[in-house]
Design a protein around this ligand. Structure first.
Ligand code: SPV
Ligand code: MG
Length: 298
């Protein structure tokens, strides 16, 4: 089995379009892998949401890193961390890259906004963008810092989100590619894919392109494959699915004062044990505990 960094780099440069699914903790990372995805999007929005805080860098970068460590340990597929703006300047980015490599995170995406960031779908037009040269310095610092040659840095262009248009998006993407970015994430909040497809036409495969079709989800993914998109990210859908499921279960149990209506609609306790890999501990106990598997502590 190749390293996770190599797996991610291969996925980014493959001839076909690949898909990443969002995860926000250890169990969701495992669920993404079991569903058959080849990689995980460590969504800033969803990791924040799971902590009950806003997507405004309210969670500290080390708190995010701790979650990433659980996600990486729980899954055998590469993680692309949504590292927001890199949590500071080029120096914070250098330290981040070192810590991500130590914790088995394959790649990171940094966006050209200012710390503390705000989610792109909240007052997108009013958000200031980073200075291009300063952001290029972050990309260079990340690439110079990585020990593993296959660690990937994805540079996210927010010019379309802020309404600055295609020319500005292309100018920024070109500068970020020249600074050493392994791929460009071009983000849009439109319900039509037009501005993404216009970008793809002008970009002409200069480097791999990553997209996040949260708002233009009705477009068949084959359209993006034909346009040359390398990676499609489903950015928040496990968090949204679990919010709906938790709201329904909590409301029903509270209203009925009974578990009966939900018991057969939700995962069993045994399923939790399976996802935690309880079987492995059972087997290890027979090997390592004196007297074999007695299900006892020391
Ligand atoms: C995230 O998942 O945190 C993202 C994608 O950055 S978006 O919410 O569209 O900005
Ligand atoms: Mg984010």
């Amino acid at each position: 089995m190749s390293k996770k960094t190599t797996q991610f780099k291969t996925l980014l440069n493959s001839d076909q379009t690949e898909f990443l699914m969002e995860a926000h903790d250890g169990i969701s990372a495992r669920i993404v892998e079991e569903a058959g995805f080849k990689g995980i999007w460590g969504s800033g929005l969803c990791i924040s949401a799971a902590m009950g805080v806003r997507d405004n860098n309210e969670a500290s970068w080390t708190q995010v890193l701790d979650v990433l460590e659980f996600m990486s340990d729980a899954s055998g597929i590469p993680i692309l961390l949504d590292a927001d703006t890199g949590y500071g300047n080029f120096n914070n980015v250098r330290r981040l890259v070192r810590k991500l490599e130590q914790r088995g995170v394959a790649a990171m995406c940094i966006e050209d906004k200012l710390f503390p960031k705000t989610n792109s779908f909240i007052k997108g037009e009013q958000q200031p963008l980073a200075d291009v040269d300063e952001f290029c310095g972050k990309i260079k610092a990340a690439k110079d810092t990585q020990h593993d040659a296959d660690f990937c840095v994805v540079a996210r262009v927010e010019a379309l989100i802020t309404g600055q248009g295609l020319a500005e998006a292309l100018r920024r993407a070109t500068a970020y590619r020249r600074a050493g970015a392994d791929a460009i994430l071009i983000h849009s909040k439109k319900s039509s894919p037009d501005e993404i497809l216009a970008f793809m036409k002008e970009w002409r495969g200069n480097s791999p392109v990553v997209i996040v079709p949260t708002t233009y989800y009705t477009t068949p993914t084959s359209v993006f494959s034909e346009a040359g998109v390398s990676v499609i990210i489903w950015a928040n859908h496990l968090m949204r699915a679990s919010i709906t499921a938790m709201q329904q279960a909590a409301t029903l149990i509270n209203r009925e004062r009974s578990l009966e209506p939900v018991e057969h609609e939700i995962a069993t306790v045994k399923e939790i044990f399976r996802l935690q890999n309880a079987g492995e501990l059972d087997e290890a106990e027979t090997r390592y505990l004196p007297g074999g598997n007695t299900a006892q502590g020391s």
